[in-house]
Design a binder for this molecule. Structure first.
Ligand code: SIN
Length: 307
């Protein structure tokens, strides 16, 4: 069997398939039916300092080849996360990436600081790019990215991923995050989108726009990962966006991702997501590839089967 374990300077993962922040919640419902040893990590829903109710309903609608969501970072706040959620997810047999966000650098620093002594927090993912919270998307300004990452870095010794959105200026934003102390990047967040009810002429989501996820954004995520890998050959990259099948995951790895995040797929068919690592192994075995590392970044080297 091909090796699918992934190793970085900051930690190891049993498989490259990780649950992206959002659809899996805190993993507790999935853990009743599915074996977390089959995934590399659970990324939690994003946690803020204070609890948040999120955006008004409706906040999820269908979209061609995906879905549009506007959850608005609903979460119990870091204190209840620690007392109620961490004891449950600490027991899961996989790595835990805790997603955090805030309205200021000071707030994200406080959230990271509150998690510093918490056993079972293997990585932090700083969500700088949620498209559904007014005035909080800092991922389009390198100075803000830098300020937020520095605040987390000062408060936390955990390995840190900075989650950015697709779009212009990605390399400058990624550079700001890495220089400020991020150990890697998660690319990409949901892409801003809109759907309208033609019978009423009104937006379908209560807050009008939302984040588009699902297969519709796979090529966008692939391009962002490819661009980041080209600019930062040594960076640790989590490629997220539109991956549903093992074949999609291979594409993401070839573009340069070390890990592959799956979000929409969890809403569509969680059992299939937990089978992706096996699908990846079969894909590698069928082609005589001994180690998944051989395909990472292959698109930058003229393909994985270079003569
Ligand atoms: C949300 O809570 O609105 C989604 C999270 C995200 O896209 O960052």
């Amino acid at each position: 069997m091909a090796r699918v374990d992934v190793h970085s300077a900051k930690g190891s993962f049993r498989t490259p398939i990780v649950l992206a922040s959002g659809p899996a919640g805190f993993g507790c419902d999935l853990a009743r039916a599915l074996d977390f040893r089959r995934i590399g990590a659970l990324t939690t829903k994003t946690i803020t300092h204070e609890p948040r109710e999120g955006n008004p309903q409706p906040r999820i609608v269908d979209a061609p080849c995906g879905a549009l969501n506007s959850i608005g970072l609903e979460n119990p706040g870091v204190a209840r996360f620690r007392s109620e959620v961490m004891p449950k997810i600490r027991a899961l047999p996989t790595a835990r990436i805790v997603s955090i966000a805030g309205r200021s650098a000071d707030e994200v620093g406080k959230v990271a600081g509150a998690l510093e002594g918490e056993p079972g927090v293997d990585w932090l993912e700083l969500n700088l790019s949620c498209p559904n919270v007014r005035g909080e998307t800092v991922a389009d300004r390198p100075d803000a990215v830098s300020e937020y990452v520095r605040a987390v870095r000062a408060a936390s010794s955990r390995p840190l991923l900075a989650k950015l959105s697709a779009g212009g200026g990605l390399v400058a934003l990624a550079d700001a995050a890495l220089r400020a102390g991020a150990d890697g990047l998660t690319l990409v967040n949901a892409v801003r989108g809109l759907r309208i009810d033609v019978e009423t002429g009104k937006a379908l989501l209560a807050r009008a726009t939302g984040g588009l996820c699902g297969p519709a954004i796979l090529p966008i995520a692939l391009a962002a990962v490819y661009e980041a890998r080209r600019a930062f050959p040594e960076a640790f990259l989590v490629g997220t966006g539109g991956v549903v099948t093992a074949r999609d995951a291979v594409e993401m790895l070839c573009a340069g991702a070390n890990l592959v995040g799956v979000g929409f797929g969890v809403m569509a068919d969680p059992a299939a997501v937990f089978g992706l690592a096996e699908g990846l192994e079969r894909w590698l075995d069928a082609r005589g590839v001994a180690d998944v590392a051989e395909v990472v970044g292959a698109a930058h080297r003229g393909g994985w089967r270079v003569p």
